[in-house]
Design a protein around this ligand. Structure first.
Ligand SMILES: Nc1ncnc2c1ncn2[C@@H]1O[C@H](COP(=O)(O)OP(=O)(O)O)[C@@H](O)[C@H]1O
Ligand SMILES: [Mg+2]
Length: 303
C-alpha cells in the first residue's frame, strides 16, 4: 500500500468540551490505521499538548504545531517519528501554542493558517488527524475546522452530553455556512462507555440517530482503566505486546474499519447509500504473525 498515492484524508477530532476522548480517539484511530498499513499523522493543536504527552514526547522538547502555523518551516522538519506507534507520526504541541495569535501577522487570515501545511501533508499521509483544543473559538480549532473535510465528534455518554452535542453540531453547521462547505460529519464516537449505563447510552444514540441519521458508528469504546494507565505511560494500547487481548484496542480496530469504509466511499456515505463494513477485510489485514484476526472475530461475535 505504501507505494500508492497517499489518500490525504484530513479528519478534525473535536468537541468544545474537555475530557471527552478527543485525544484518545485521535491517537488510537491513527494507531489502528497505522497497524493496518496506512501512513498516519497526528497534529496536536491543543496547547495542553494531550496528544504529545500521550505519545510519550516531553513537552517543550520539539518545535511543532506552533511553527507549523506561524512559520514557513516544512512539515518534514516538524514531524516526530521515533518511538511512535507503527505507521504514526506526530507534530507535537506545547503551551506556547496559546500565543499563536500574537505571532501571526495582523493581516493574515487566521482561519487559513493550516491550509498550506495540510496541502503538503495530504501528499505524504493517508490519514491526518487534527486533535483540537476544548474551545471552538481557539484559532487552532477554527483553522482545523476550516481545512478538514471530515469531523469526528467525540463524546462520553453522560446526562450532560446532550447540550454539548447540540452545541458542537451548531458550530459545525456554522463552519459549513461561513468557512468550509466541504466539512462533513464522519460520525460520533461514544467512548468511556460504562456497560451498565445502557439506558443513557441508548437515549444518546437515539438523539444522534435523529439529528444525524446514519452518522452513528456501530462500534463504541468501553470504559477501561487500561486506557488512562497507558496514556499516563506515554504510549498507546497498540504498543503493548498483548494488544490483541485488550478489548478496547480491538474496538478501536473495528472503529478504524468504519472510518476507512466511510472516507473511501464519501459520496454514497453522504447520500445514505453506503453498505455495511466488511470486517473480513480487516481480519485479512491483521493476519500477519502477531496479528489479531482471531481476537477480532471474537469481539465481532460478541457485539
Ligand atoms: N475508554 C476509556 N476508558 C477510560 N478512560 C478513558 C477512556 N477514553 C479516555 N479516557 C480518559 O478520559 C480522560 C479524557 O480523555 P481525553 O482523550 O484526554 O479527552 P479530551 O482530549 O477530549 O480532553 C483521559 O484521562 C483519558 O485517559
Ligand atoms: Mg485532548
Amino acid at each position: 500500500m505504501n507505494q500508492e498515492k497517499p489518500l490525504g484524508i484530513t479528519i478534525a477530532v473535536g468537541n468544545q468540551k474537555g475530557g471527552v476522548g478527543k485525544t484518545t480517539n485521535s491517537i488510537h484511530l491513527a494507531a489502528a490505521l497505522g497497524l493496518r498499513g496506512y501512513r498516519c499523522l497526528v497534529i496536536d493543536l491543543d496547547p495542553a499538548a494531550g496528544a504529545t504527552k500521550h505519545l510519550g514526547i516531553p513537552v517543550n522538547s520539539f518545535a511543532g504545531s506552533l511553527e507549523l502555523m506561524s512559520t514557513e518551516e516544512s512539515v518534514e522538519n516538524l514531524v516526530v517519528s521515533d518511538n511512535m506507534p507503527t505507521g504514526v507520526h506526530l507534530i507535537p504541541s506545547r503551551p506556547q501554542l496559546s500565543e499563536l495569535d500574537g505571532l501571526l501577522s495582523k493581516f493574515a487570515d487566521r482561519t487559513k493558517t493550516l491550509d498550506r501545511p495540510i496541502a503538503r501533508t495530504r501528499q505524504v499521509y493517508d490519514f491526518i488527524f487534527l486533535d483540537t483544543a476544548p474551545s471552538a473559538a481557539a484559532i487552532t480549532t477554527v483553522a482545523a475546522y476550516s481545512t478538514a473535510e471530515w469531523f469526528v465528534l467525540s463524546a462520553f455518554p453522560h446526562p450532560l452530553s446532550l447540550a454539548g452535542l447540540n452545541e458542537a453540531l451548531r458550530d459545525i453547521a456554522d463552519v459549513r455556512k461561513h468557512r468550509n462547505p466541504n466539512l462533513e460529519i464522519l460520525g460520533v464516537v461514544f467512548a468511556n462507555v460504562d456497560g451498565r449505563a445502557t439506558r443513557l447510552r441508548s437515549q444518546l444514540e437515539t438523539v444522534v440517530q435523529e439529528v444525524l441519521p446514519g452518522r452513528q458508528f456501530e462500534t463504541s469504546i468501553s470504559q477501561a482503566v487500561i486506557v488512562p494507565q497507558t496514556s499516563g505511560q506515554g504510549t498507546t494500547l497498540f504498543q503493548r505486546d498483548n494488544y490483541a487481548d485488550i478489548g478496547v484496542a480491538m474496538q478501536y480496530l473495528r472503529l478504524s474499519a468504519e472510518v476507512e469504509h466511510r472516507v473511501t466511499h464519501r459520496e454514497p456515505f453522504l447520500a445514505g447509500r453506503l453498505g455495511p463494513v466488511d470486517y473480513g477485510h480487516l481480519f485479512d489485514a491483521t493476519k500477519a504473525p502477531g496479528g489479531c484476526a482471531d481476537e477480532l472475530k471474537k469481539t465481532a461475535a460478541n457485539s
